[in-house]
Design a protein around this ligand. Sequence first.
Ligand code: KIV
Ligand code: ZN
Length: 516
Amino acid sequence: MGTERITIFDTTLRDGEQSPGCSMNLDEKLLMARQLEALGVDVIEAGFPVSSDDDFAAVQAIARACRKPIIAALCRTIPKDIDRAWEALQEAARPRIHTFLATSDIHLAHKLKKTRAEAIEMIREGVGRAKSLCPDVEFSAEDATRSDWDYLVEVFTVAIQAGATVLNVPDTVGYTVPEEYSKLIHFLRERVPGIEGVTISVHCHNDLGLAVANSLSAVAAGARQVECTVNGIGERAGNAALEEVVMALSVRRDTMPFATGVNQEAIYRTSQTLVNITGIEVQPNKAIVGKNAFAHESGIHQHGMLSHRSTYEIMTPESVGVRQTHLVLGKHSGRHALAKRFEELGYPLGRSELDKAYKLFTKLSDQKKEIFDEDLLAIVRDGLTHIPETFKLRALQATAGTAMFATALVTLASEEGGEVTETAMGDGPVNAVFAAVDKLTGLKGRLLDFRIHAVTGGADAVGEVFVQVEFDGVTQGGKGASTDIVEASLRAYLNATNKVLFARRGTVPALVESKH
Ligand code: KIV
Ligand code: ZN
């Protein structure tokens, strides 16, 4: 059996980012995009440029930084959207305009208030305009799986005539089932003139838990591009999980003779990069990347595993980059070893980035004996992103106990120079620390979400805190890491504070220095 290539189209930074709690700033998107490039995805959908200036800036920055994959920008089929997407893609080595219009009667009547004929004209004009700007044009018929099949034939015929090179058949609301989806792909292949000359793409949402099964069934029926997200994040119940699609194709190549360009050993690291950025943990029993995905608990299973791993293991943890020990570096490791490890992790650092990372690394190795990959990823994420620190932590002292109010004394250095100190009381040390910070900055934050997790194991583990804080109606996320969880909380809160102050200056964060 020959092995055909499946294009992996990653939309973590677009559809994935639309899920609650998953929004990322420019530096974070750039970090994730670089990791996706190291993972070997074929297409990175970097954003929806017309939707906001931040999205525009992210697409532009990713197009500059990631030269290997195709960079796609999403737009509706309306001229200002298409032009804005193209503007954002100007510096891409391999640009793609991805334009979409809903085609189901439900969407046409209630959302677009258009007739089928009017929608056809919008598609003809929109795809045609995109094609006049960019040779690579993808057209998506939003809500395709609830659209009339004969109408879809008309829609895709027009899209091909207008120059589309990829036709996407999204299951926007996660409604279809494998057999039906497969029949739809076969139907389109039989009826749409010229379809053999373009790539059929699938894009499945997971409302019924069928996104991956539907995607694979479409591949068997002739689709050759799968749209997916890391950890399956995305609107509502999410999108098809990239790691599941890739590993299903790999492990069951006997029944599905298809290859992808994904470097499987980078899968776990990529999943962790996303967790580190968003603070959204993966469920423990999640296939491939969950904490328990390779854990064998019952005695019978453990016994079987000890006799032969193949008794209960269909793939090894190492094959997706899960290593039993992540120990990488210690106090005496030098700059060279650090640079090499960062490179292996998918972050080739420039000289000044490495200087900064090395400083943070030596500081951390004074606090904890063993430095793990996850610690290094935290350094990249927290230390190398350039949100100017209007306020910087200088000193912290907090007390708490069962028979007393918690108190905090915080000293911050301000950008203008000088240090200021305040004290505050609270329900607990974290609450007291936040109150002291508010007094110092003059802002009043309302804590909406607070999450903490240990980055690595052991009593000296780095604790990582994610907060969501509302300042005057504006919600901002913040992250901080330290071996002391009160300090990590303070750093996270201060990070959110500095972001909101920066946003008020009307600028977007500076880019992480790139080698490219
Ligand atoms: O789910 C969907 O239909 C989409 C399209 C924009 C491709 O995300
Ligand atoms: Zn979608």
